[in-house]
Design a protein around this ligand. Structure first.
Ligand SMILES: [Zn+2]
Length: 785
């Protein structure tokens, strides 16, 4: 696990209901003229379909977590006695990433309360805020958190994070966002009070250091501290918080963006997104053009050049190289998309005529965010795997609490907030979702009835309006397979021929009905660095190949993501031998099952079922397919056959084999170790031992026969890797790893003398690092004849 490179999040405040560009409670009005704004989820009820079901599951999970357990780390840190059992995973009292979940939890409950009026949710918010206020009182100086505040002063001075805490402001910012949401959405005055005291505590620390020291500190992930403080300024009118917000803007990242330079390659992705959300919010509150440039430029770079078919971005949490789209088990961290949607909600309002923002919102909401929740248990993804044949790995309810679990619980309460935008006399229908909208300022209520994306139409009914004149703009999606036609009261027709909006300007009456056709077809998404690698979509819906449950682990819930991500793929993932220009000829709908298809005589070695990715769970899948013509397949088939024959011969020689670092093989081979670590690189697990440490396995041998120990190494490993290999205490080899075979795995065979296997069926193989050196990493250990 890479320290300080893991994630982020944020929550936040959004724009609002009454005046353009403000939350209902903002005292500071925007400094820019806003052409449009999204309605809050509180104004939009999601009344049916998969998004509503997901919200129900979310609520059930939130209610399953007792308040006293959520508060236990705060209380212990503040010195308030508690016997509540702490949670595990990232919420474990010793975990260096603790502290973010409770803030997101408060946000989720407050927003569900605002959406539905559910009192149980408000009770949760009130109980948590009371607990936090009590802890803040005990700390005495405005601080409240899940870890001691002692190291903050040093952190602000030197940039060195407090002992045992990796990313303190990242944890804190989520808590602060929760406090602000408790005030905005659940009406908790006490929450605002706790937040103001927190803001003053932050100020008291930053008053003692220079801007250069602050910038140094900001090299450590801090979530959206600039956004939180900008929001606090808007809520209170206190300019000190605005100054703090601007001091929290990380110039090393934001300045190049303002200059139109993409320096994002290999940067930790979700560390950056919230900083840019903060910049977008500061544009609204200050009108400074540079903030707008940062946000707009970043949005286009990430969406257009750095995203996957799902709308997600990042591999191993980092932005990939421009012009590449590497697949793997660790792609598309879910937090990133959560935050990209929040950014989209801000950026889209600056130019509402551009429907690209709605296109991205729809793609990412449907194919990543909705797809990230288990439709059975409500548990959530961290990474969204694009590795062909892998599966979704979900958090456990009480022992994971990853960053993506934290942002994950607030995704469902936000489903409604991307659906509609409004200006003074304009309404934009941005998404197609079963919802009811209450446009209070205009005195208009509207219902949208649709089973979209399972059906290719939606119906808008005006439930309340007093002949109000406004323009209704209905999005013409980029995927539309023909003109989008809007029929008003069964007669008058409006047509949108290309991407953009269908505009209907009239005086709207109660009972007016607009029926909209949304023609869909099958189409391909092409991987940016390999146009022969494709994903299949129907309209907006990404289709996944359902590949079954062969050799799935007993449970696909993991305490740590890494526990399951090196599970081998047991099958050959089919390739598609077919005509890319005539998809209908070989992708056939399955009768009676919406959005379900089967390939016909196109999959090699076998055809596949294609289903909406957002419904896939507990089975293996593929999103990207190698596509080729018959000749290319013939050549590849011969190559595959040769490889299979080769590996059959190799397998026949194997007496025993271990995947180091994988739990079961390690246990089966009686792992013993000192100063040993495990991890995953290139989707393969490894084990090493450091600083003179060692590890050993019991392996099978054939008695009295000479055989070989075969070790697999990563050819780019280097630096102080010098070790011995012993069998039952006798040295059989020495190895140095010094960039022996760059960017490739390689095998080394060490002969085992016959006397070491005499009368034995089992021996112990030990990898012993020289003093101060590293042994390994070992990516495979086999005994071969
Ligand atoms: Zn995350």
């Amino acid at each position: 696990m890479q320290k300080k490179q893991l994630f982020t999040i944020t929550t936040l405040l959004l724009l609002c209901a009454s005046a353009l560009g403000t939350t209902p409670k903002d005292k500071v009005k925007p400094a820019i003229e806003q052409k449009a704004e999204f309605f809050e989820a509180a104004d939009v009820s999601v009344t049916g379909g998969p998004f509503k079901e997901a919200t129900e599951r979310d609520k059930k999970y939130l209610l399953s977590l007792p308040v006293d357990r959520l508060l236990t780390n705060f209380r212990t840190t503040a010195g308030i006695p508690t016997d509540a059992k702490p949670f595990g995973g990232w919420q474990d009292p010793k975990n260096p990433l603790r502290g973010a979940f409770v803030g997101h939890y408060i946000t989720a409950c407050a927003r569900i309360y605002a959406n539905t009026g559910d009192k149980e949710m408000k009770d949760r918010v009130d109980q948590l805020i009371a607990g936090l206020a009590e802890c803040q009182e005990k700390f005495g100086d405005g601080y409240v958190g899940e870890f001691p505040k002692d190291g903050f002063e040093e952190f602000e001075k030197t940039g060195k994070a407090p002992k045992g805490i990796w990313v303190p402001w990242w944890s804190q910012h989520a808590l602060y966002a929760g406090l602000e949401d408790a005030y905005n959405y659940a009406g908790s005055e006490k929450a605002l009070d706790v937040m103001k005291r927190s803001g003053d505590w932050i100020k008291s620390g930053l008053d003692k250091v220079t801007d250069a020291q602050v910038q140094n500190m900001l090299n450590t992930e801090q979530g959206g501290m600039n956004e939180i403080l900008a929001d606090l300024y808007a809520l209170t009118g206190n300019k000190d918080y605005l100054t703090l917000a601007e001091r929290f803007c990380h110039q090393a990242i934001l300045k190049p963006l303002a200059e139109g330079r993409d320096d994002l390659t290999n940067k930790h992705a979700n560390t950056q997104v919230p900083k840019v959300v903060g910049a977008a919010r500061l544009y609204e509150l200050t009108g400074k053009e540079e903030y707008k440039k940062m946000a707009s430029y970043f949005w286009h770079e990430v969406v257009e050049k750095r995203s996957y078919a799902t709308g997600g971005n990042s591999i191993d949490e980092h932005f990939k190289k421009l012009g590449t789209e590497p697949l793997g088990a660790h792609t598309a961290e879910t937090c990133n998309v959560h935050n990209m949607l929040r950014l989209t909600r801000l950026v889209a309002t600056w130019d509402p005529s551009d429907s690209s923002y709605g296109d991205y919102y729809e793609r990412a909401l449907l194919n990543q965010i909705l797809a990230s929740q288990d439709p059975d248990t409500g548990m959530m993804l961290y990474f969204l795997s694009t590795k062909p044949g892998h599966f979704k790995v979900y958090n456990t309810p009480e022992n994971s609490f990853w960053c993506c679990t934290a942002t994950g619980v607030e995704n469902p309460p936000r489903y409604g907030e991307g659906v509609y935008m409004h200006g003074k006399d304009t309404l934009w229908i941005n998404l197609f979702m079963q919802t009811e909208l209450n446009w209070k300022d205009a005195g208009v209520r509207l219902r949208q009835d649709t089973k979209f994306p399972e059906e290719t139409q939606t119906k808008l009914t005006i439930l309340e309006s007093k002949d109000t004149a406004f323009t209704m703009n209905i999005r013409v999606p980029s995927w539309a397979a023909g003109p989008v036609v809007a029929k008003v009261n069964g007669k008058e027709e409006f047509k949108g021929e290309k991407k953009g909006w269908v505009a209907i300007n009239r005086k709207w009456k109660k009972g007016d009905v607009v029926e909209v056709s949304l023609p869909m077809n099958l189409h391909l998404y092409r991987k940016c660095d390999d146009p022969k690698s494709v994903a299949v979509l129907y309209g907006p819906t990404l289709l996944a190949g359902a590949l079954g449950t062969d050799k799935m682990p007993k449970s696909d819930q993991a305490k740590a993501q890494w526990d399951l991500d090196s599970t081998p793929v047991p099958m050959t993932v089919p390739v598609l031998v077919a005509d890319a220009n005539n998809l209908d000829s070989w992708i056939k709908p399955v009768a009676g099952k919406p959005l379900t298809f089967r390939t016909k005589d196109a999959g090699r070695p076998n055809d596949v079922d294609l289903v909406p990715f957002y419904t896939i769970a507990h089975q293996r899948y593929s999103l990207y397919w190698d596509m080729m013509n018959a000749d290319e397949w013939k050549a590849q088939e011969a190559e595959r056959a040769a490889k299979t024959a080769q590996s059959n011969t190799a397998n026949a020689a194997i007496v025993d084999s271990i995947q180091p670092g994988e739990q079961q093989p390690d246990i089966d081979h009686k792992i013993q170790s000192e100063k040993s670590n495990t991890g995953v690189s290139n989707d393969i697990s490894w084990r090493d031992a450091r600083d003179g440490g060692w590890f050993s396995y019991d392996v099978k041998v054939l008695a009295d026969q000479p055989m070989k120990l075969r070790c697999t190494y990563w050819g780019s490993d280097a630096g102080n890797r010098d070790f011995e290999i012993l069998i039952d205490g006798k040295k059989i080899g020495e190895q140095k790893l010094e960039n022996n075979n760059p960017d490739k795995f390689f095998d080394v065979d060490y002969p085992i003398p016959a006397e070491l296997t005499k009368d034995k069926t089992k021996v112990t193989v030990k990898f012993q690092a020289h003093s101060g050196k590293v042994a390994g990493g070992l990516f495979k250990v086999s005994v071969v004849k």
